[in-house]
Design a protein around this ligand. Structure first.
Ligand SMILES: [Zn+2]
Length: 354
């Protein structure tokens, strides 16, 4: 059994994370503030034609992601890549996690501090991407859409799902896996997004499984029909539908406290470095990507006015412009985002289940 003794009062300290950020050699800038007025900061390091974005800790109770991202930025110069890292996407949740953990640091399935998963308003900001109702979501969304990264990594930890204390082995959980990865084959997503995320995931899994001896579960939520439009409330689905390839990487860790913490951190770091080398090796594919401005036409004249207002309002909220020309509503977008607009249209005009 490999439980590391990494306990220190600063193990999950917000203050320590800021010191690590300053020590990472990256430029640091603030893109907004949380509901409790904590800054949402971005690290920027390296230069090159490709922009890669890493997002950690959208759930405050998934601590290995922040530590891994900060160490990863310190250890890498990103030659040929412009790397961006949001190391505390939900700083209020992370701060609450620190407090709760100091009071109760036992690794136990029930100590998952589920309130720390959420932001100060008790909203899961990984379910807020269609609505953009929270400060954190809006700040990060605006940043992402103005940056338009070539690739984005969505870093998570997932729940110790079985009641018990503590598991005998890392693979002793219900499904026998320690990590999940999710690519982006969502219905309506751009073909390039689907291809790139699947290829990169298939490259990472065997390498990491060999190296860590942890079983990795690939998740491939394949949607093949209009009925399987995915709700872009999730960050990962949102990014994919807006034409940004994204991979979700998730180690088993919520409720685990410091159990396997070093290995969870190491896993995330290794996954990110393999991914960076894969992106470098496939640079050409990214640079040859064609993403043209397009116009999408909708029959305005047939639309229910209230629904039309929701449709155009949501597009505006997401920074997408449309105009009424005669009996048509014309949306100005780029080809890789057509899936997003079609999804919004579907959710407002066609979905019948709510
Ligand atoms: Zn999560």
């Amino acid at each position: 059994m490999e439980i590391e003794n990494t306990f220190s009062i600063r193990t999950f300290s917000i203050e320590k994370y800021h010191e690590l950020a300053l020590d990472s050699g990256a430029e640091i800038f603030t893109i907004g503030y949380s509901n409790e007025n904590r800054p949402i900061e971005v690290l920027k390091k390296g230069s090159g034609k490709l922009k890669v974005l890493f997002i950690a800790r959208i759930h405050g109770n998934e601590p290995a992601t922040t530590q891994a991202l900060l160490e990863f930025f310190k250890d890498n110069d990103f030659d040929g890549i412009e790397a961006y890292g949001i190391f505390l996407a939900n700083p209020d949740g992370a701060a609450l996690y620190e407090q709760l953990w100091l009071k109760n640091p036992e690794p136990f399935w029930g100590n998952n501090f589920s309130d720390a998963r959420l932001n100060f308003n008790k909203v899961d900001i990984n379910r807020d991407w269609l609505e953009l109702s929270q400060n954190e979501t809006r700040a990060i969304q605006e940043f992402i859409i103005s940056l338009r990264p070539d690739y984005a990594v969505d870093m998570h930890e997932y729940y110790w799902g079985e009641s018990g204390y503590p598991p005998k082995y890392p693979t002793d959980d219900a499904d026998g896996f320690m990590v999940t990865m999710t690519d982006a084959p969502f219905f309506g997503a751009d073909e390039f997004v689907k291809y790139i995320t699947e290829e990169s995931m298939n490259y990472l899994i065997p390498k990491l499984e060999r190296e860590f001896n942890w079983k990795i579960k690939p998740r491939h939520f394949l949607g093949t029909s209009r009925d399987s439009y995915e709700n872009p409330s999730f960050l990962g689905i949102y990014l994919s539908l807006r034409g940004i390839p994204k991979l979700l990487i998730e180690t088993w860790g919520v409720g685990c406290s410091t159990l396997f913490l070093e290995k969870r951190i190491e896993f995330h770091k290794k996954a990110l470095s393999y991914l960076i080398s894969w992106i470098e090796d496939n640079k050409k594919a990214f640079l040859l990507r064609v993403d043209k401005p397009v116009e999408m036409e909708f029959n305005y004249i047939d639309m229910d006015l209230e629904k039309f207002n929701s449709f155009s309002g949501l597009l505006i909220q997401h920074g997408i412009k449309g105009e009424i020309v005669g009996d048509k509503f014309i949306v100005h977008t780029i080809s890789s985002e057509k899936g997003f607009i079609n999804t919004i249209y579907f959710l407002i005009f066609e979905r019948t289940d709510n």
